[in-house]
Structure formats: structure tokens, C-alpha cells
Design a protein around this ligand. Structure first.
Ligand SMILES: NC(=O)c1ccc[n+]([C@@H]2O[C@H](COP(=O)([O-])OP(=O)(O)OC[C@H]3O[C@@H](n4cnc5c(N)ncnc54)[C@H](OP(=O)(O)O)[C@@H]3O)[C@@H](O)[C@H]2O)c1
Length: 213
């Protein structure tokens, strides 16, 4: 299965850093592929190819790292390219001041994206992982959780399997509608991390499971 990351922002960079360690021949798509190429050289990302957005959309599994305000127009623009693909969604639909949600209680960004792209299999992941965590994924030797959601069981299993090699605990988090909670958890964790002075190095780990990850 081929994979790409779209976007050279904070999350795009962090995702490429982590995924390039587990996924061979990762593509990194950008509106400015030269920028991606420069970051690849600067950071010594092995096996990563900088490409334009259209080429990145040829992958079977695509992770976007766009803001919600840009995501829905982007999904509209690339609807045809995205048909039949697995699209990993990392968006948290916050207001610009990060104090609230821009969607109603009864929905989530992941569900809105799936509604917009009915022929694409949307899988939510990495919504609670702040970008600094990719630089140091283990905190005191312990990995944090990535909650993986989808209404398509096969797509969700494929992504969970693909992510097994990364230094996170990857968990089946159920249906897309759970993102109503998961996305709001990010707002809450951000507030706590700011209050306790360690933002943006913050992520979640659910306590109580027996097995080591
Ligand atoms: N920041 C975090 O810690 C964090 C944590 C969890 C989830 N998230 C989610 O991750 C997403 C990205 O956050 P970020 O902090 O990485 O943002 P960012 O640094 O501002 O990066 C956003 C990137 O989107 C890309 N992009 C592609 N198409 C675009 C378009 N049509 N218009 C505008 N930008 C476009 C741009 O990359 P190119 O210029 O290369 O095209 C841009 O660098 C958000 O949805 C956020 O909710 C963020």
C-alpha cells in the first residue's frame, strides 16, 4: 500500500518524521514541493519523496495536515482524486483563538469530511497528538495513544496495521462519531497543558490496560 502526507506545516513535518520510520517510499505532497524537498534534506528523512499535491493523491492512503477551514474546499477540489482512497483525518475544528469549537455538538470534523466525500474512506487519527510530541514521542519511556476511528472497519484495520511500527500506542477507537469527543478532548488537553506550562508537548494515554505497547 502506498502512502502520502499532504502539507508541510507543523503536523505535516511531524507526521513525515514518524511515518517515514515505519512506511517505505512515503510521498510528501505540498503546494510547494521545493519546501518539502528542503525539509527532507535538512532533517535527513530517509525514503521520502517530495511531490506536488496531485501526485500525492495517487497514494492508496493519504494523511492530510490541513486546517478545517481549508479542508472542506480542498476536499471539494480533489473529490475525484480521493474516490476509493483511505483519507486519514487529523483535524480539530477550533475557533481561531483555540477557545471553542466551530461545529455543533452533534457532529465532528471527521464526520463532516466523510459526508463531503462519500466515496472516500475517512479514518480519524492523531487528533490528540500535538506537533511537539513527534520530536519526542516517548514521555518518561511511555508512548502516548493514537485513537483510530472510521465507519469503514476494513479501512480502520488497514490503518491500525500500518501504524504498528510507530512509537505510539495505536488503539481502535470505534466509529467516526467518537470524534465528537476525541476532537473536544484536544481542546481540553491544550487548556491543561497551557495551564501547567508544557504546551505544546502534550498527548493522551489511557490508564488501566494490561499489555505493554
Ligand atoms: N498543531 C498541532 O499540534 C495539532 C495537533 C493535532 C491536530 N492538528 C490539526 O492538524 C492540522 C494542521 O495543523 P498545523 O498546526 O500543522 O497547521 P500549519 O502548521 O498551519 O500547517 C497547515 C498546512 O496545510 C497545508 N495546506 C495544503 N493545502 C492547503 C490549502 N489549500 N490552504 C492552506 N493550507 C494548505 C499547508 O502546507 P503546504 O504549504 O505545504 O501546502 C500548510 O502548511 C489542523 O487541522 C489541526 O487542527 C494540529
Amino acid at each position: 500500500m502506498s502512502m502520502s502526507v499532504i502539507g508541510t506545516g507543523r503536523m505535516g513535518k511531524g507526521l513525515v518524521k514518524i511515518l517515514s520510520q515505519a512506511v517505505p517510499n512515503l510521498m510528501w505532497g505540498s503546494r510547494a514541493p521545493d519546501r518539502a524537498r528542503m525539509y527532507i534534506q535538512e532533517n535527513d528523512f530517509h525514503g521520502v519523496e517530495a511531490v506536488d499535491t496531485e501526485t500525492a493523491l495517487d497514494a492508496d492512503i493519504i494523511v492530510h495536515a490541513l486546517w478545517f477551514r481549508d479542508l472542506i474546499p480542498w476536499a471539494h477540489q480533489y473529490e475525484e482524486h480521493l474516490k476509493g482512497k483511505i483519507l486519514i483525518d487529523i483535524v480539530n475544528p477550533f475557533t481561531d483563538d483555540f477557545h471553542d469549537f466551530i461545529l455543533d455538538w452533534g457532529t465532528s470534523a471527521a464526520e463532516e469530511l466523510q459526508k463531503k466525500l462519500p466515496d472516500t474512506r475517512v479514518v480519524g487519527a492523531f487528533k490528540n497528538t500535538f506537533f511537539k510530541v513527534f520530536d519526542q514521542p516517548l514521555h518518561q519511556g511511555v508512548p502516548s495513544d493514537v485513537y483510530v476511528t472510521s465507519d469503514d472497519e476494513e479501512a480502520k484495520s488497514t490503518v491500525i496495521e500500518l501504524l504498528q511500527g510507530i512509537p505510539f500506542r495505536v488503539m481502535d477507537a470505534g466509529l467516526l462519531q467518537n470524534n465528537r469527543t476525541i476532537e473536544r478532548m484536544t481542546l481540553f488537553e491544550r487548556e491543561l497543558a497551557v495551564r501547567y506550562g508544557h504546551y505544546p508537548y502534550v498527548s493522551f494515554r489511557l490508564f488501566g490496560q494490561d499489555e505493554e505497547a
